[in-house]
Design a protein around this ligand. Structure first.
Ligand SMILES: Cc1cc2nc3c(=O)[nH]c(=O)nc-3n(C[C@H](O)[C@H](O)[C@H](O)COP(=O)(O)OP(=O)(O)OC[C@H]3O[C@@H](n4cnc5c(N)ncnc54)[C@H](O)[C@@H]3O)c2cc1C
Length: 413
């Protein structure tokens, strides 16, 4: 990519052009047509080091978190479909979402409560209907509670690398400039403009959006106390017969198994997507490997292996979730995201900058599905100074956020 350094002042600069930053860059070109808009990305235009890599992400409308998230996710769905239409690509896969578990399992109960509160489309399947419709799910162990399923027909999958590439593409067609392989070193708000120090020299901007994901504390060190960066593994397994795992036959899925063991009750959770490569199925397990770490630590983790005993546990569980899988993963990758205490993102003006700097980070394992809406809100905060409908819960954390009844912590995916 050519680096156009002819002008060094911009109306708007977006720092970090990954999931939220690419959407913010696109949305700025829509909301401030004709403005001078620059996106700065530390790595390649689309890369493997951010929180968005890994082939697929889950999208659900019947979110057990409910409340503030439902109108936003409904709006996001409309925007995902519009992205499909405009790009001519299947960025959003409207395959539905299915949650499988015992009917009295807390997340199943909570999901049904949200469905009823918001009058969301859904179908409930009993054990026999589940077995007939989606025969790939393994039957519960003898003596375990029978499974039920909640089908969320508005759910689906997202192809995250495509989403980032196309949001950037829309921004470029709208007149934005994008610098890749350029690391921002510091953001210094001043009385007339904000100075952005980069590896390739300084630029200034009237308004800045910082969307640097797991690296947010590099620019705002105070955020380190509020956002913990955690590593998240993904695994893909190989079924000998792929038919039941094709996108036309299987929605994106989540499953919980409750097991009584000698040592007490164990809950096994998995989530994943129908096959996208035609031979393997993403079946990932809720457990984080490596726990909280720093982005630098993550760079080391990313190149490392997931310990063999952890992979063995994943595989043992996969066999309990699905029938017909070979007993070891054919693909493993390790990723990361920044988590806030209440799992609500930080999406607001940075205090003390007079509205000149907006930050979007702390997506807490849940930012992909909302990305177009969060990107649009970030652009509105920059252009108009306010984003209608943005929850107060997304404000800048000055004290440790206490989980509030209004914000049910979102789960990963
Ligand atoms: C394994 C996994 C599974 C997930 N599953 C789901 C799911 O099913 N559904 C869902 O909704 N969400 C899911 N998520 C969460 C979602 O993917 C993330 O919340 C989202 O991608 C975070 O977006 P972001 O913009 O904050 O970060 P990123 O997408 O990582 O973007 C940050 C960008 O900033 C750049 N950058 C950083 N520092 C600088 C700098 N100094 N200068 C310039 N650029 C910089 C980075 O290179 C990067 O491109 C999952 C996350 C993971 C890791």
């Amino acid at each position: 990519m050519t680096h156009d350094h002819s002008g060094t002042h911009y109306d708007y600069v977006v720092i970090g052009c990954g999931t939220i930053g690419s959407m913010a860059l696109w949305q700025l070109t829509e909301q401030a047509p004709g403005a001078r808009i620059l996106g700065i990305e530390r790595f390649d235009r689309v890369h493997t080091k951010g929180s968005y890599s890994g082939e697929s992400r889950l999208f659900r409308v019947a979110l057990k978190e409910g409340g503030i998230y439902i109108p936003m996710v409904q709006q996001a769905r409309r925007m995902w479909l519009a992205m499909n239409e405009r790009s001519g690509r299947d960025i959003f896969l409207p395959v539905g979402a299915v949650s499988v578990g015992p009917a009295d399992f807390p997340t199943m109960v909570q999901t049904m409560a949200v469905i009823e509160e918001f009058g969301l489309d859904h179908e409930v399947l009993d054990a026999a209907e589940l077995a007939e419709r989606f025969p790939v799910f393994a039957a519960p162990a003898p003596g375990a509670a029978p499974d039920t399923a909640i089908l969320d027909p508005a759910g689906g999958g997202i192809r995250p690398e495509l989403a980032v590439a196309w949001a950037q593409q829309f921004a470029l067609s709208g007149g934005a400039t994008l610098w890749d392989n350029t690391r921002v070193l510091a953001v210094e708000p001043g009385p007339d403009h904000t100075l952005i120090r980069t590896e390739r020299g300084d630029v200034t901007a009237d308004k800045v959006i910082v969307a640097t994901g797991s690296w947010a504390a590099d620019i705002f060190p105070d955020l380190a106390a509020h956002i913990s960066v955690q590593s998240i593994p993904l695994t893909w397994y190989l079924p000998l017969d792929i038919t039941g795992f094709l996108p036309e036959n299987l929605p994106i899925f989540m499953r919980d198994i409750v097991r009584e063991t000698g040592g007490g009750t164990e809950i096994w959770h998995c989530y994943g997507a129908p096959t996208l490569d035609g031979y393997s199925v993403k079946i990932s397990h809720g457990d984080f490997v490596g726990g909280a770490t720093t982005p630098d630590g993550l760079e080391a983790l990313r190149t490392g292996e997931i310990p063999a005993d952890v992979v063995r546990v994943f595989s043992e569980r996969t066999a309990a979730f699905f029938d017909g899988m070979l007993d070891a993963p054919v693909r493993i990758s390790l990723h990361h995201d920044g988590f806030t205490a209440d799992h609500a993102p930080v999406l607001c003006h940075v205090p003390g900058t007079g509205g000149a700097v907006t930050v979007a980070t702390g997506m807490s394992g849940n930012g992909m599905k909302f990305a177009p809406v969060y990107g649009r809100a970030a652009a509105q905060l920059a252009v108009d100074g306010a984003a209608p409908g943005l929850p107060d819960a997304f404000g800048y954390p000055t004290a440790v956020r206490e989980p509030s009844p209004a914000v049910i912590p979102a789960t990963l995916h």
